[in-house]
Design a protein around this ligand. Structure first.
Ligand code: NCD
Length: 467
């Protein structure tokens, strides 16, 4: 059975820890005492294998560290760093490219500007596919490097306070990272640039799927004595925990039950994760004001940052001061160096050079798949909207049941839509999406609007007695 890494949820917590232990082993064997974070020399573990790196978007760290990792495992690489030089420039689809490439390589790392594009590749491949960043969706291998850095710096991930700065809306590294932090029990404190907060579907998912609870500013005051200039700190209750109850999705505010934070729990920030404005993801003509946060030595003088590790996935532009480079809290170059041992361990796991690391099936998705084709993903950056891919690709969703409505999560880009109407194939009736479903029937139909329900041949459901 082939394992892929498309989102951080494709690995269990145990598997992530096993990958980290192997990365530790590689560092122990190959790093020198002067630079204990840096791999030197090579192993003879992957001599029979070839890694292909297929990059349709700019990259320095991710591609070079993947290639360095493969060389240092003793393997070989095939590399395409410029989409103009592959048949994508002639209009070849992702599905075809990957079915050809798997004849030439044993594992393929792909970066693509469209959200969900690497999932499409995985659906058509019989060799492991690694997501090296798909548009603004996810960047799971960067998250492995980020969590590994945090664990090495702090000794644990549990109960850490991690501040996230910058463009949280478009930063794919942030999207994978928040899920990873939540799963390992760290507290997430989003500090977005104005207008660049976490996407709504990401916060909704943090609450629903990752047992996070948002603390309001009043609750932060109780836990640390003064305020953060943010609306919510996401807390992951200890397991087994009493699931927090909230009256509605986050924008409506929340009612917190079952969160017990020790006094002063938020007084110290363990890590500041800084990100650049993702200019390439903004619509043409978007004006960004000058208030984009800049983290520098002066900013970090506050006592709460005394022992904060300063992290950045890099590249930096203006948001991170060069005056921090010699500060011992700055760990961003170490974080980039860890890209090699972590990716070596991941490749060794996926290629079953170390078969015990990913021995079981991928963690299961707990939601019901929906493939009836009655709705298209509304995310304009989703791969399902690409004309080339529409020749063969249909929108597929997972159905998520929330209190009194159903949501549809695109299986590719993972955006969540709220269908306006739901129907049943057996009755050909539809009604507004305002029902509490104990179990979701197999013949459920989801419709973005009334017109598409009527077009599908359904008629409105009328309650007895209604006109
Ligand atoms: C990040 C990316 O490509 O998403 N870079 C990286 O892979 N280390 C972050 C960024 O480009 O801002």
């Amino acid at each position: 059975m082939v394992r892929h890494l498309i989102t951080i949820d494709d690995l269990s917590e145990g598997e992530i820890q096993a990958i980290f232990r192997l990365a530790d082993e590689f560092l122990k064997d190959l790093a020198t005492a002067e630079t204990p974070h840096r791999i030197r020399g090579r192993k003879n573990l992957a001599g029979d294998f070839i890694l292909a790196t297929l990059f349709y978007e700019a990259s320095t760290r991710t591609r070079f560290s993947f290639e360095s990792a493969m060389y240092r495992l003793g393997g070989l690489i095939l590399s395409s760093a410029d989409p103009k030089t592959t048949s994508a420039a002639k209009g070849e689809t992702i599905a075809d490219t990957v079915r050809v490439l798997q004849n030439y390589a044993d594992v393929i790392a792909i970066r693509h500007p469209c959200e969900g594009a690497v999932r499409v590749a995985a659906d058509y491949a019989d060799v492991p596919i690694i997501n090296a960043g798909d548009g603004g969706h996810e960047h799971p291998t960067q998250t492995l490097c980020d969590l590994y850095t945090l664990q090495r710096e702090k000794g644990t991930l549990r109960d850490l306070n991690v501040l996230l700065w910058g463009d949280l809306r478009n930063g794919r590294t942030v999207h994978s990272l928040v899920y990873g932090l939540a799963r390992f029990g760290a507290r997430i404190i989003p500090m977005p640039a104005e207008g660049f907060g976490l996407p709504e579907h990401v916060t909704r998912r943090l609450l629903r799927d990752y047992d996070c609870t948002p603390l309001t500013n009043d609750e932060v005051v109780k836990a640390r004595g003064d305020k953060f200039p943010v609306d919510a700190v996401y807390v992951t209750p200890e397991k087994p925990h009493q699931r927090s109850l909230f009256s509605d999705v986050p924008e409506k505010g929340s009612e917190i039950l079952g969160v017990r934070l020790p006094p002063n729990a938020l007084a110290k920030i363990d890590a500041c994760y800084v990100t650049r404005l993702q200019r390439e993801r903004l619509a043409d003509g978007t004006v960004v004001d000058s208030s984009y946060p800049v983290i520098d030595a002066a900013f970090l003088k506050d006592r709460r940052y005394k022992s904060s590790s300063v992290m950045h996935p890099l590249p930096r532009v203006e948001e991170l001061g060069y005056d921090l480079d010699n500060d011992e809290r700055a760990v961003y170059f170490k974080q980039a160096a860890y890209g090699v041992p972590v990716r070596m361990a991941l490749i060794a796991a996926l290629l079953k050079i170390r078969p015990e690391l990913l021995a079981g099936p991928a963690p299961t998705k707990k939601h019901l798949p929906y493939t009836k084709g009655t709705m298209a993903c509304e995310n304009t950056k989703c791969v399902t909207g690409l004309a080339s891919e529409q020749r063969y690709l249909k929108s597929h969703f997972l159905i998520i049941s929330e209190e009194v409505r159903l949501l549809a999560r695109c299986q590719y880009c993972e955006h969540e839509m709220i269908p306006e109407f739901v129907g049943r194939q057996s009755t050909h009736k539809f009604e507004p999406n305002r029902t509490r479903w104990e179990t979701i029937p197999d013949d459920i139909l989801l419709f973005a609007d009334e017109e598409s329900a009527l077009r599908f041949g359904c008629s409105p459901y009328k309650k007895k007695g209604s006109a």
